[in-house]
Write a protein that binds this ligand. Structure first.
Ligand SMILES: CC/C=C\C/C=C\C[C@@H](O)/C=C/C=C/C=C\[C@@H](O)CCCC(=O)O
Ligand SMILES: [Zn+2]
Length: 617
């Protein structure tokens, strides 16, 4: 049986809890493995625990010793519930005196480790050195090291990582410098320290030929040399974002805030690895227009990384609060109307996601708090926890008296639960407790249909009215396109979009995409002729535009979609596009052939999920 308190982990953290990790490993680019020691300091939660139970996946355990006595400890690896996502490592403890002890686990990862993406140097931009990066969320840390791979357990860590000296190693931690490797003149050891307790999913590592630029008092941006100046320009607003976030959420407690721009296969927009946010290169738009991803990842420094979801069933606590903070930062920096437009767009995306998940037989994943027993969290991942979570918080803010009241609550929530892992019930109890002082608040809270919001499938009981006035010019333009007959298209000219920001061009295309009945193929072809939309490199616009082309079944767009699919691997773009192509009889064989030809170089999570999206596995 999986541990009763986290359906996605075997670790019995009610008996023993990891309180510190000292990681001492070597990266082997020749055979694509990481090997060495995980020294885990463990605190007993019960009198005489029989075993320390950890999660592993595709890891070979070579030896386990008790650090205090150097005695070998017996262990066994089992998979009692046939999880498709890992095994149970039980280390027999016998009678160990004291409240805490340290186990030293000698192990090596597999070349198939799901957390790790290995690239040969030929696949990198600079083609000088191979590259390695990790993605541990949700439950891939167990393929990188034996651990209690549940967000219920948080621990600080230190690390020493050995690699060839041409390669720079970074982690989700402060970098303390390098020292020569004892056993190899060509290698160095890089030392790290993360003093704030973190869940296993925030352990992160990157190793490659990367360099950095200082872009703020606590921020360097890292990437391969070919992209680093572009990235420095794109993310120049980072310090202002950090300060704005601190004004809302409280002091930033992680010291440095660095950014790493990854190779295009990175599957997400960003990942909030502490001290070192990972970012996709698809946000390098050239005009800073996609930097909301950075506001999002910065926000996680409070919601997610300080206050952490107890299990991935409570993922909305991380993502809903983070969307809420992200849009507050945006509002403070660029005006409330832009924030409102993003919220409106988010609501439309939620509607789209709910319809799509329901149509594909995944309605249970539209719940704010899903049941993840027996489910790989990667399979349940969608925009729902982000946008339904945001909607709930925005609804509560409006109900309880607006930003002044609710932002004070938000800060108190962070203060109350920082350094902890909590569940939805803890959040709700605190909400009621915080607003207990006045009957009017209690009445308002009691008017919320909690069961529908937290457990209901589909859209929440809510009909938001966001201010979309910023989009008025493109609303008018899209209306003209929708209402024009195919014979009246000469009335449109390139000047129509001359002074329109990329944000609003995206909204313009979204409005055309949502038109019901759908606009004609002739109109879409004319849109391209007049506005040259195929030339736009902004990834968000490209994505929306290509979905519109597929929707109207424009066959000539298929090679362009395939080109975009092969240029980058962000799942937000790749999965819907593959699904769209897969559902169109003309495009399906081409999509499958392209997937087969390129699956080897895709990120392994993306590869597996796209295979499911195309109904191949
Ligand atoms: C209800 C869902 C339950 C659990 C899912 C938890 C983790 C899923 C796993 O697939 C990891 C997700 C990591 C996300 C990281 C960053 C996102 O903010 C990216 C959002 C999409 C994008 O912008 O590309
Ligand atoms: Zn997030």
């Amino acid at each position: 049986m999986a541990c009763a308190r986290d359906p996605n982990s075997y670790s019995e953290f009610d008996k023993c809890i990891v309180t510190f990790l000292d990681w001492n490993v070597r990266i082997n680019f020749d055979d694509h493995t990481i090997g060495g020691f995980a020294h885990l300091t463990v605190e007993k939660k019960v009198e005489n625990p029989d075993n320390l139970v950890l999660d592993i996946r595709d890891i070979t355990i070579e030896q386990v010793t008790l650090k205090e006595t150097a005695a070998s400890l017996e262990f066994e690896v089992t998979n009692p519930s046939n999880f498709s996502f890992g095994s149970k490592l039980s280390i027999k403890l016998g009678s160990i005196p004291g409240k805490s002890f340290t186990v030293s686990i000698k192990y090596v990862t597999s070349t198939e480790a799901s957390a790790l993406q290995w690239m040969t140097k030929e696949k990198t931009k600079g083609k000088r050195q191979p590259y390695l990066y990790s993605q541990c969320q949700a439950i891939h840390a167990r393929s990188l090291l034996p651990c209690q791979d549940t967000p219920s357990v948080k621990f600080p860590y230190s690390a020493k990582v050995q690699a060839v000296k041409e390669i720079t190693v970074l982690m989700s931690a402060e970098r303390l410098g390098t020292e020569p490797a004892a056993d190899s003149p060509n290698e160095v050891v890089t030392k790290f320290s993360q003093k704030v307790p973190i869940p296993s999913y925030l352990i992160a590592i990157v190793a490659g030929d990367i360099e950095s630029r200082q872009i703020g008092p606590r921020t360097r941006v890292w990437s391969e040399k070919e992209m680093v100046d572009e990235a420095a320009y794109e993310f120049a607003e980072t310090e202002t974002m950090l300060k704005t976030a601190e004004g809302i959420a409280g002091p930033y407690l992680w010291g440095i805030y660095d950014l790493l721009v990854l190779p295009p296969t990175f599957p997400f927009g960003g990942m909030e690895n502490p001290c070192l946010t990972f970012v996709t290169p698809t946000v390098l738009a050239g005009d800073r227009s996609l930097a909301d991803v950075i506001a999002h990842e910065i926000s996680h420094s409070w919601t997610g990384n300080l206050v952490t979801n107890r299990t991935f069933e409570d993922f909305w606590l991380n993502e809903g609060h983070t969307m809420f903070l992200e849009r507050k930062i945006l509002g403070r920096m660029h005006g409330e109307s832009l924030s409102q437009l993003h919220a409106h767009e988010g609501w439309n995306n939620l509607k789209d996601t709910v319809t799509d998940l329901t149509r594909r037989g995944h309605a249970p994943f539209t719940r704010l708090v899903p049941d993840l027993r027996g489910i790989d969290p990667d399979d349940a991942f969608s925009l729902v926890p982000y946008e339904k979570g945001f909607s709930l918080l925005y609804h509560l803010e409006t109900l309880l008296g607006g930003p002044k009241v609710f932002e004070t609550f938000l800060r108190a929530y962070i203060e109350k639960f920082k350094y902890q892992s909590i569940g939805t019930q803890d959040w709700k109890d605190f909400l009621y407790q915080y607003f207990a002082s006045e009957v009017k608040y209690q009445k308002k809270l009691n008017s919320v249909d909690w069961d529908a919001w937290l457990n209901g499938q589909g859209l929440p009981p809510y009909n938001p009215k966001y201010d979309t006035s910023l989009a008025d010019p493109v609303k008018a333009l899209s209306q003209r396109w929708i209402e024009a007959s195919d014979e009246q298209l000469d009335a449109f000219s390139p000047e129509d979009i001359n002074n329109i920001s990329s944000e609003l061009i995206k909204e313009f295309i979204s409005l055309l995409f949502l038109a019901n009945p759908p606009i004609s193929l002739a109109k879409v072809q004319h849109l391209e002729k007049v506005y040259n939309l195929n030339q736009i490199r902004n990834s968000e616009i490209r994505f929306k535009w290509q979905r519109l082309c597929i929707k109207v079944r424009w066959e000539e767009s298929i090679p362009l979609v395939i080109q975009f699919l092969n240029e980058q691997g962000r799942m937000k773009f790749v999965r819907p596009l593959y699904r769209d192509l897969g559902e169109w009889d003309v495009a399906r064989p081409k999509a499958i052939a392209n997937f087969m030809a390129h699956r080897q170089e895709m990120h392994n999570t993306t590869e597996q999920l796209v295979a499911k999206d195309l109904n191949l596995e």
